[in-house]
Design a protein around this ligand. Structure first.
Ligand code: PEP
Ligand code: CO
Length: 456
């Protein structure tokens, strides 16, 4: 596999990836229009700033040391149509709720990172899709083309890159206002109430946890005399798959203060499974930016490939710089993870290990729905904790596809969703997400797991 060949070390610049093979890039019919869109993008104000990025790197370094835990979560793909206040607030709410439950169980600060405000470009297993003898380019996400199956909708349109930047900015602006305005204050979790939680089997456990957290915050306040704002505020960071390299390049800026390059479209971009080739364009681009970066890793990755990624992306072994998000599937994790843990150990480097229990557990129902069973998601996550521990390593976070809405895309959970329920509220354009209740159940499971582990 091409992933195994080590690249020559060359001088990096934001466009140096263009000399390498770039997988998963759309074909544009009009190069001048593409160039014009990219030129406009590179002049627009960025979405995030370098000191926020540095702050996140420090927090990820803490997670790497076992002093914090990462919750990275959101949609598989955001859509422009979903850029609405209600949906964004619900997504933020469910992430905050899950983080509270995890905080309580893990007794460690939770680093919250959304798959949000820019998660618009998707890798696809095939470049084209055929329906009834008609072949068209695959849908690649809302910054690239449209999902409808017509030649016009599926043509890659460079103007969508600008629309994507704008939607990401609108989304992040609203998130920042909510977080800064006290919405995310731990003293007021009642703001985060999702109406449907009232009827949820997980409600009692959640409320108990809320009360316990409120009590401990009051206790802390009475000890230290510090104000609500000082003790109760939470941080929230953004991430997306850094897939469309011209888009990422346009957001790459040199910061004179630190004399470094940053991608200012998001705090934490990641490299997907399909674009992690060692000699490929994505690894070349990512090695030169100073953001904390992540790579999705799976069973196909051999020792040399993984070691090459670790040394290329983090040559100075900087704490918090590199997160490895493993996604094997419940059936495969026990066989593959120990090998990858050993491979990283041999490099003498430290990484943050995170489990994505979603992407290795996708299946298609007889009815043609792409789904995931919560029991497999739970099983892979349980195994991730125990396999890391048994191999002298540590699971430092979880990566989830979930939504604050009452969708029916994954099966299982306390409400016992079955394949037959999927048709009721199946809304994702790409991968199936946990609904709010299934997400909360998973967070409760993580909390329970660590309580058990502590009492051993
Ligand atoms: C994703 O995170 O949506 C994705 C495509 O994952 P992976 O690269 O792990 O397949
Ligand atoms: Co996905």
């Amino acid at each position: 596999m091409s992933g195994m060949r080590s690249p020559e070390i060359t001088t990096w610049n934001p466009a140096s990836w263009q000399a390498r093979k770039a997988q998963q890039q759309p074909q544009y019919a009009d190069p001048a229009a593409l160039q014009s869109a990219v030129a406009q993008l590179s002049r627009l104000p960025p979405l995030v700033v370098s000191w926020e990025i540095e702050a996140l790197r420090e927090r990820l370094a803490a997670a790497q040391r076992g002093e914090a835990f990462l919750l990275q979560a959101g949609d598989c793909a955001e859509s422009f149509a979903d850029c609405e206040s209600d949906r964004i607030a619900k997504q933020l709410k469910v992430i905050l709720q899950c983080s509270l439950v995890m905080l309580h169980g893990l007794k460690r600060p939770i680093v919250r990172v959304g798959r949000i405000a820019g998660q618009y470009a998707k890798p696809r297993s095939a470049d084209t899709e055929t329906r009834d003898g008609v072949t068209l380019p695959s849908y690649r996400g809302d910054t690239i083309n449209h999902p409808e199956f017509t030649a016009e909708a599926r043509a890659a349109d460079p103007v969508l890159l600008l629309r994507g930047h704008e939607r990401a900015a609108l989304t992040l602006n609203f998130i920042r206002a909510l977080v800064d305005g006290g919405f995310a204050d731990l003293h007021h979790p009642e703001y985060w109430e999702l109406g449907f939680l009232r009827h949820s089997p997980a409600r009692d456990a959640y409320e108990r946890i809320l009360r316990a957290i409120a009590d401990s915050l009051d206790f802390f306040k009475s000890l230290t005399g510090s104000t609500v704002q000082e003790t109760g505020r939470v941080d929230f960071y953004t991430s997306h798959e850094g897939l469309h390299l011209l888009y990422e390049q346009a957001h790459t800026r040199f910061i004179p203060r630190s004399q470094r390059w940053y991608n200012l479209s998001t705090h934490m971009p990641w490299i997907g499974m399909r674009t992690a080739q060692l000699d490929g364009a994505h690894v070349e681009y990512f090695r030169g930016i100073s953001n904390p970066v992540a790579v999705k890793v799976g069973a196909a990755m051999d020792t040399g490939w993984l070691q090459g990624l670790v040394t290329t992306l983090n040559p100075n072994n900087q704490p918090g710089r590199l997160t490895l998000i493993h996604r094997f599937g419940a059936k495969e994790i026990e066989r593959s993870l120990p090998r990858l843990i050993d491979a990283v150990r041999e490099t003498g480097q430290n990484v943050l290990w995170v489990c994505d229990p979603m992407h290795g557990n996708t299946e298609t129902t007889v009815g043609g729905y792409k789904t995931r069973r919560l029991e497999n998601v739970q099983k892979e996550l349980e195994l991730a904790f125990t396999v890391h521990e048994a191999n002298g390593s540590r699971l430092g976070g979880v990566h989830l596809e979930m939504t604050g809405e009452d969708v029916t895309e994954c099966t299982g959970g306390a409400r016992g969703l079955s394949d037959a329920d999927l048709a009721r509220a199946y809304r994702t354009q790409v991968d199936p997400r946990l609904n709010y209740e299934q997400a909360l159940e998973l967070a409760l499971m993580i909390a329970e797991h660590s309580k058990k582990a502590r009492s051993l």
